[in-house]
Design a protein around this ligand. Structure first.
Ligand code: GLU
Length: 396
């Protein structure tokens, strides 16, 4: 039978992170001993006190539709969290709770972007920013950066990238995939440029905020004259090991929150009621409750950086947050390893999967075609074994 899919879906790239995770799962199911360092997903269980809150919510018969923008008690808890951790003042009408931060981002893109608008993506960037921009019929422009500048863009680069069509810029610190964290003064220098362009909106994705090994994450909206045009995105997936619970949220100008509510009112009706109740408990807990996970990620980061040093040709920055390293693998381009000629990062990532049974994600999808992403949200044993296999393959 002929298939008549829309141009919209035909033009939409598949999520490279989820595709690699699915591939790793499929190979595991076939009996292959795959170590997956592809997906950005904490390998911890959701803390007991959050699970207890969800069980309590079920027993309390939270089973009906919630307000489209989320329970008021949850939006109030989010306002407390923003005040406590980010020095941001939002009211509950400025908050929308969604099915994961990914939906929060998609809502914002859908309600702000028109066909022909341009979105700026400091590269490397998370795979879905470009895809969501395409879905919103905008075009996107990458602002490149390299390991040498710790994957940060400069105010001069930002200025040069802006055109009259620029409508939005995505910031993400700590960054997926590079682990880069912008300091307050670096963010303020970028804001100075944006001051001159008042029609550009800023989407600040702070989902890795708590997985931070340096100074506390600085929220872009905390810059006085950026507050009115910044949308802050966050969620519980990464900090509380709650990826599958699917709760994200945005805080921003009330008119944008209203538009996002209208959008999701036609798409999901709102986020899962049990997960919303549990999220109130998660956000009201002191941040110290999740510090053990951050401490463990920090140790694994150093372990991985150490192991990378032992492998010829791999070059990495020192990530200050998130749980990824993003080494440059271009040394291997043009070389033949174990019978396979490597032309690009995708070939390299496939080589690791096929010949070392280690799943990673190619940097292409993140706008950095010389790199691959390695997630260290995996046990130390698995990380050591993965690097032993990679080293055996490459240091032949
Ligand atoms: N954000 C995570 C990652 O980058 C989860 C997968 C996804 O949604 O892309 O791996």
């Amino acid at each position: 039978m002929q298939q008549h899919l829309s141009d919209r879906i035909n033009n939409l790239p598949t999520s490279a992170t989820l595709a690699m995770a699915a591939k790793a799962r499929e190979l595991k199911n076939e009996g292959k001993d795959i170590i997956s360092l592809s997906l950005g997903e904490p390998d911890f269980n959701t803390p007991e006190f959050i699970k207890d809150a969800a069980i309590q919510a079920i027993n309390d018969n939270y089973n009906s539709y919630t307000p489209v923008n989320g329970y008021l008690e949850l939006r109030e808890a989010i306002c407390r969290k923003f005040k406590r951790d980010n020095q941001l003042n939002y009211t509950p009408d400025q908050i929308v709770v969604s099915t994961g931060a990914k939906q929060s981002i998609a809502n914002v893109a859908m309600v702000l972007l028109n066909p022909g608008d341009e979105v700026l993506l400091p590269a490397p960037y998370w795979v879905s920013y470009s895809a969501i921009s395409i879905l919103a019929e905008a075009t996107y422009k990458e602002i490149p950066s390299t390991i040498e500048t710790d994957f940060k863009i400069t105010p001069e680069q930002l200025e040069a990238a802006i055109t009259p069509k620029t409508k939005m810029i995505f910031f993400n610190s700590p960054n997926n995939p590079s682990g880069t964290v912008y300091t307050e003064s670096e963010y303020r220098a970028l804001a100075k440029v944006l001051e001159k362009h008042p029609t550009i909106y800023i989407l600040s994705d702070e989902i890795y905020e708590h997985i931070n090994y340096s100074e506390p994450t600085f929220s872009f909206a905390a810059i006085e004259n950026m507050y009115d045009r910044t949308i802050t995105i966050n969620g519980v997936a990464k900090a509380f090991a709650m990826t599958g619970w699917r709760i994200g949220y945005m805080g921003g100008p009330e008119w944008i929150a209203k538009a996002c509510t209208k959008m999701q009112g036609q798409i999901t009706s709102g986020a899962n009621c049990i997960a919303q109740r549990a999220t109130i408990t998660a956000l009201d807990a002191p941040v110290s409750k999740i510090q053990f996970m951050v401490d463990e990620f920090y140790k694994r980061r150093d372990l991985v950086l150490d192991m990378i040093k032992g492998i010829e040709g791999l070059k990495a920055n020192v990530p200050k947050g998130a749980f990824y390293v993003f080494p440059d693998v271009s040394y291997y381009f043009g070389k033949t390893i174990s019978g396979t000629t490597i032309h690009n990062a995708s070939d390299f990532s496939m080589l690791l999967l096929e010949k070392a049974n280690v799943a990673t994600v190619t940097g292409d999808a993140f706008g950095a075609p010389d790199c691959i992403r390695i997630s260290y949200a995996a046990s130390k044993e698995n990380l050591k074994e993965a690097f032993k296999r990679i080293s055996d393959l490459l240091n032949l």
